[in-house]
Design a protein around this ligand. Structure first.
Ligand code: ATP
Length: 239
C-alpha cells in the first residue's frame, strides 16, 4: 500500500534562496510523523509546500499515491489535507463559532451537518464551546491554537498538517495540545507535525525526521531519535 503522503526529492526556495534541498519524507496512514529542527531549518517551508502554498522547484508530492505536485491549495483541502498554520492565524474579528464554520468551506454542509461538525469539535475542545460567541482575538494563545486545529478539522481531513502548535504557549497548555494530537491519532487522523520542542514531538511521533539547513540529516522512529546522541546533544540539551 502506498503511504498517505510522500515527498520525493523536494527542493523549495524563495528566489535564489533554497530553503529545502532534496528532502524526501513518508507519512504512513494513521501515524504521527514529526519534523524537528532548529529555527530556519526549513520546516515551515516544507509544510507550506505540502499544503500547496509554495511550489517545488524540483521533486514531487504524492498524496494517497496520486501526484499532487501541481494541485492548487484549495483542491488539496478538498482532497483531504488541512493545515493548521504556524502562528495560528485564526480570523481575529470573527467569533469562535464563525471561525469553525469558515473551516468547513470546502464541504458544502447542510445546516444539520454543520451543527454536527461543530459539536464534534466542541467535544474534542470543550473550552471552545464555552467561548463560542467570543471574538477569536480575545482568546488566550492556547485557546487560539485549539481553535486553529479545530478549524482545520472542520474540513474533515485525513491528513492534518500541524505547524508549531506549541509556539508561545505555557507548558501546561502545550501538554494539553499534545494530548489532543494523541487523541486525533486514536481517531484515525494522520498527522504531520512540525515542532521546535523536539522532546515532545519525538515523544508523540511514530516516525520523525531531523531537518538541518534544508536537508534531512536523521530519520527513524520517534523513540529511536529521542535516544540518538546527536539529537540529544543538539535538540534536547543533553551531552
Ligand atoms: P521556524 O521554526 O523559525 O519557522 P523553519 O524551520 O520553519 O523555522 P522556515 O520558516 O521554513 O524555517 O525557513 C527556512 C529558510 O527560508 C530560512 O533561512 C528563512 O530565512 C527562509 N525564508 C523563509 N520564508 C522566506 C521568505 N518569504 N522569503 C525569503 N526567505 C524565506
Amino acid at each position: 500500500m502506498s503511504p498517505m503522503l510522500e515527498v520525493q526529492g523536494a527542493c523549495i526556495g524563495y528566489g535564489p534562496i533554497e530553503a529545502v534541498s532534496d528532502v524526501s519524507i513518508r507519512v504512513e496512514t494513521g501515524q504521527v510523523v514529526a519534523i524537528v529542527g532548529a529555527n530556519g531549518a526549513g520546516k515551515t517551508t516544507l509544510m507550506k509546500a505540502v499544503a500547496g502554498l509554495l511550489p517545488l522547484s524540483a521533486g514531487r508530492v504524492l498524496f494517497e499515491g496520486r501526484d499532487i505536485t501541481a494541485m492548487p491549495p484549495h483542491r488539496r483541502v478538498g482532497a483531504g489535507i488541512a493545515l493548521s498554520p504556524e502562528g495560528r492565524q485564526v480570523f481575529p474579528d470573527q467569533s469562535v463559532r464563525d471561525n469553525l464554520e469558515l473551516g468547513a468551506w470546502s464541504r458544502d454542509l447542510s445546516p444539520c451537518a454543520m451543527e454536527a461538525a461543530i459539536e464534534a469539535q466542541y467535544a474534542l475542545f470543550p473550552r471552545l464551546r464555552e467561548r463560542q460567541g467570543q471574538m477569536a482575538v480575545t482568546l488566550s494563545g492556547g485557546e487560539q491554537q485549539m481553535l486553529a486545529i479545530a478549524r482545520a478539522l472542520m474540513g474533515e481531513p485525513r491528513l492534518l498538517l500541524l505547524d508549531e502548535p506549541s509556539l508561545g504557549l505555557a507548558p501546561l497548555v502545550i501538554k494539553e495540545i499534545f494530548g489532543i494530537i494523541r487523541a486525533l491519532r486514536a481517531r484515525g487522523i494522520t498527522v504531520l507535525l512540525v515542532e521546535q520542542m523536539a522532546n515532545l514531538a519525538l515523544g508523540v511521533a511514530d516516525q520523525a525526521y531531523v531537518l538541518e539547513t534544508g536537508r534531512v540529516t536523521l530519520s527513524g522512529s520517534g523513540a529511536a531519535l529521542l535516544q540518538h546522541p546527536q539529537v540529544r546533544a543538539a535538540y534536547l540539551g543533553a551531552g
